[in-house]
Design a protein around this ligand. Sequence first.
Ligand SMILES: [Mg+2]
Length: 235
Amino acid sequence: MYKAILFDLDNTLLDYTSSELDAMRRAIDHHRLPELSGFEWETFRAVFAPINWTYWSERVERQIHISQVLQYSFRDTLIQMGFDPSLSDPLASTYWKLFCSTCHVMEGAQNVLVSLHGHYPLGIISNGIGEAQRARLKTGGMDHYFDHLFISDEVGLWKPDRAIFDSAVRAFGVDHSEVLFVGDSLQDDYRGAASSGIDFCYYNSEGLTAGEAYTPKFAIQSLSELALLLNRSSF
Ligand SMILES: [Mg+2]
């Protein structure tokens, strides 16, 4: 019998992909980039994505703050596209404000939280930025469901490091065997939960084929299956 259910946040409960796209589009429009001769949204997206991913991946090691990750990403993208990079700081600032106040919820997330809340203590373990994750949950009216939030930049630990899972288990005052962790990433969520000895429920919304190296306790394609699985199971 599980005594706490913990979730990954991005692309498990909140639709990060839609929020990022939405905030980006609005920031670009706000600063009137589409009026520049030769500016194309698709090109901007294609150039921005790998630059941003590189700065994001290296931010901990290089001690780059999230605001700098964004500023540098916009700057390099504008330069690579042949535009004046002087707009990069205001663009980064506008994007971040919009992103933090934008909340797209994954299908079925509200329902599953309503059905579990009150029956299990609930928590979040997210490799994100506390300011954004907390604001987005609040915007989506979902913050009150959770007893504890473990957000990487606040606790200084990143999935799949088992230490962030161990911290969460300690906070709930339960055994590792009494926790179920739900997430969409085999790399960060499965590996971290597995190394911490926590059962993992793989939220595989796109029906991807997992390698044989991955043996999640459960796999679901929609969040509604999670509520059924917890109500019906007799473990
Ligand atoms: Mg995720």
